[in-house]
Design a binder for this molecule. Structure first.
Ligand SMILES: NC(=O)c1ccc[n+]([C@@H]2O[C@H](COP(=O)([O-])OP(=O)(O)OC[C@H]3O[C@@H](n4cnc5c(N)ncnc54)[C@H](OP(=O)(O)O)[C@@H]3O)[C@@H](O)[C@H]2O)c1
Length: 243
């Protein structure tokens, strides 16, 4: 079992799905975990369910709020070792039907939100010259997906946030990696038609959809010392779907 005792971790978008499973996995490994979501009551409830130390309100599109919260967590706990920039949204539309506000909200949440979180994390970790950051990319960011042009573009950007930040922060002892999940059963994918889910299962060598825990375990590995020489990677967690 991975040992994260003594580590302080922050998980954005920790109220549900992959973020909640990650907060729980890190807490079970002994980390002191702070999770966030847009609504304070929901975040507190999730923190209690995950065994996290606290649940705080944060909208990752607000750069100043991200910076203030990250600084606050590092101050309260004396340091910040692990940050998982997980908060994200997905809204599907065929190319001709994409609305401008979907472009704006997707890019401001998935791209700018991830960037704000990585920036703030780097600042907080720089002083101690150690830290591990994981961001949430997607297989569609690498391979594209019909009806998901905006989301795919945002996730390609997220993968390159990880690669670029890894190059910049390596000398400061900070590792940055991404996970690229396939189709994972959460609220985000709940609207997928049953035949689309069945088609994904049929094309997946491991013969099933992913669970939030499948992704959480890989994130836990990437932030642990087991992955101490791994940085700038985009690790697929997709049951072989893209093969
Ligand atoms: N599920 C999949 O198949 C899949 C595949 C590839 C990648 N991913 C990525 O994995 C991440 C988690 O996905 P999920 O499936 O677990 O999604 P989910 O169940 O819909 O949960 C999304 C989380 O993000 C938070 N969030 C959304 N917008 C936010 C904002 N502006 N500020 C702060 N928090 C915000 C939500 O919190 P509140 O609503 O409580 O604020 C919630 O905790 C996302 O980045 C997603 O793109 C998922």
């Amino acid at each position: 079992m991975t040992d994260l005792s003594g580590r302080v971790a922050l998980v954005t978008g920790g109220t549900r799905g992959i973020g909640l499973a990650t907060a729980r996995a890190l807490a079970e490994a002994g980390a002191t975990v702070v999770l966030t979501g847009r609504d304070e009551a929901r975040a507190k409830e999730a923190a209690a369910a995950a065994g996290a130390a606290s649940g705080l309100a944060l909208d990752v599109t607000d750069a100043k709020a991200v910076s203030t919260l990250v600084r606050g967590v590092a101050k309260e706990h004396g340091k910040l070792d692990i940050v998982v920039a997980n908060a994200g949204i997905m809204e599907d539309a065929l190319l001709g039907m994409i609305k401008e506000d979907v472009v704006d909200t997707t890019l401001s949440t998935n791209v700018a939100g991830t960037l704000h979180t990585v920036q703030a994390a780097a600042r907080a970790m720089m002083r101690k010259k150690t830290g591990a950051i994981v961001v949430l990319a997607s297989i569609v960011g690498e391979y594209g997906s019909a009806g998901q042009t905006v989301y795919a573009a945002s996730k390609a950007a997220v993968a390159n946030i990880a690669r670029s930040a890894a190059k910049e922060l390596g000398r400061s002892g900070i590792r940055v990696n991404a996970v690229a999940p396939g189709v994972v059963e959460t609220d985000l994918t709940a609207g997928l038609p049953e035949d689309a889910k069945a088609d994904n299962v049929a094309r997946t060598p491991l013969g099933r959809l992913g669970t939030p825990e499948d992704v959480a375990k890989v994130i836990r590995f990437l932030v642990s010392d087991e992955a101490s020489f791994v940085t700038g990677q985009v690790l697929g967690v997709d049951g072989g779907l893209v093969l």
